[in-house]
Design a protein around this ligand. Structure first.
Ligand SMILES: Cc1cc2nc3c(=O)[nH]c(=O)nc-3n(C[C@H](O)[C@H](O)[C@H](O)COP(=O)(O)OP(=O)(O)OC[C@H]3O[C@@H](n4cnc5c(N)ncnc54)[C@H](O)[C@@H]3O)c2cc1C
Length: 383
């Protein structure tokens, strides 16, 4: 058993969801790479993509606990859906909590059934991890907004009908720039995208965006202009939990492949898995994934209970633990297969790059260690 198939902390319903999604993932495992959109559509129809969104807007009425379970199980079956991290988890959560009634009706049913995808753009070339430095700016006009700036590494802009952009508006009183969220349609004049040539083999591509005086109607602004940070974090905590779930799924997939191989492959008398030099690192990877899974479930639970500081701390820790466990699990899995670890046929080599994504995004390992140093331990800042 190499799978964290549920915990005593899950309800019967959550366990049933986990089992059903795992079965869906297994059905798509062999064909997923050819056309991942098929799984997206089916998961949407079955209510899995919208499981955390409110029922009155077409969702399942669950929380991030359930949504993270879906992503983890699809990943563990070898077919993760990266855009779940942004479309339902960030954009869906923010719109459900802070959108107007009209905005909820317009966007949530499509996000819930997967027919509408919304990307999310916060990263900027000159700001990077220092999101306080973002300069994409919204200027008010008599009938709406004009948005200008640049973004980088934004995932899925080609498939997403809209992108939620983190911009800033000028405070009329103080002149200070405060974060605000805008939904920008893909075909808006002045909204340009260029695919970045990434070393990743995935359907979801990353884009550099130029927003050149993009004119938006007044209701493109989601939420309150004065509560930008609070609204943003309502989306970013689920993003971290979902990235943890993404990493857990990938790590479990890699360990399962390696264990199956180690049981079969013989180069001496016993299968290679009998050698402790092969078995122990796999056991260690399994333990580390289980531990990270526990933290992820705690963080998801806290996100669903509200987004106070404990949710933020737990979400960061879960993302850190799961990403590190995933990187180590993939490394060991590839090594277990010897040369086959790097063949396309066995499908593990590509995970060497993919597993690093969770260490870098949406917030890097070092920025989480900074956060815990300052926020949890009260240590002084170096920057
Ligand atoms: C596959 C992929 C998908 C992505 N999808 C999206 C998306 O959909 N939307 C979006 O907005 N963004 C997305 N990103 C961007 C991602 O969130 C950023 O890459 C990440 O936040 C890091 O920013 P950066 O790349 O500018 O690195 P930088 O901020 O330049 O950091 C470079 C290195 O310096 C370290 N560093 C920086 N500051 C400090 C410090 N104070 N102390 C210690 N170390 C430090 C970092 O840890 C890192 O190792 C994606 C990235 C990838 C790789």
């Amino acid at each position: 058993m190499t799978a964290a198939t549920g915990t005593p902390f899950e309800t019967d319903e959550q366990r049933a969801l986990r089992t059903a999604v795992a079965a869906l993932g297994r059905r798509h495992a062999d064909t997923h790479e050819d056309d991942p959109d098929v799984l997206w559509r089916e998961a949407g129809k079955l209510g899995y993509l919208g499981v955390s969104l409110p029922e009155e807007y077409g969702g399942g009425g669950g929380g991030i606990v359930e949504l993270a379970t879906v992503l983890e199980e699809l990943g563990a079956a070898g077919c993760p859906l990266l855009l779940m991290i942004v479309s339902p988890a960030i954009c869906g959560t923010v719109i459900a909590r802070f959108g107007t009634e009209e905005q909820r009706r317009r966007w949530l049913p499509g996000l819930a059934d997967g027919s509408r995808v919304m990307a999310f753009g916060i990263t900027e070339p000159d700001a990077g991890s220092n999101t306080h430095r973002i300069t994409t700016t919204a200027r008010r006009t008599p009938d709406g907004w004009v948005l200008s700036g640049r973004k980088v590494f934004v995932s899925g802009v080609d498939t997403a009908g809209d992108t939620m952009i983190v911009g800033r508006t000028e405070d009329a009183r103080t002149g200070a720039l405060k974060p605000c969220l805008f939904v920008v349609p893909r075909d808006a004049p002045g909204f340009h995208r260029t695919a970045i040539d990434m070393e990743l083999r995935a359907r979801e591509k990353q884009f550099e965006l130029v927003l050149d005086e993009v004119r938006l109607p007044a209701d493109a602004l989601v939420g309150d202009e004065d509560a930008g940070l609070l609204q943003l974090f309502a989306g970013l905590n689920p993003e971290r939990v979902m990235t943890a779930a993404f990493a857990l799924g990938m790590g479990r997939y890699a360990v399962a492949k390696a264990v199956a191989y180690a049981k079969e492959r013989r180069v001496w008398e016993a299968p290679i898995g009998a050698h402790q030099a092969v078995a122990h690192p796999l056991a260690q990877a399994h333990i580390e994934l289980e531990l990270a899974g526990l933290m992820t479930r705690k963080a998801a639970f806290l996100c669903d209970a509200g987004d106070g500081p404990e949710a933020g701390e737990a979400a960061n820790m879960a993302k850190y633990a799961a990403a590190e466990a995933c990187v180590r699990a993939v490394d060991q899995a590839v090594h277990t297969l010897g040369g086959n670890g790097l063949t396309r046929a066995y499908g593990l080599g590509r995970l060497v790059t993919a597993s690093r994504v969770a260490r870098i995004a949406p917030v890097s390992r070092e920025m989480i260690l900074n956060y815990v140093s300052h926020q949890s331990l009260g240590l002084p800042k170096s920057y």
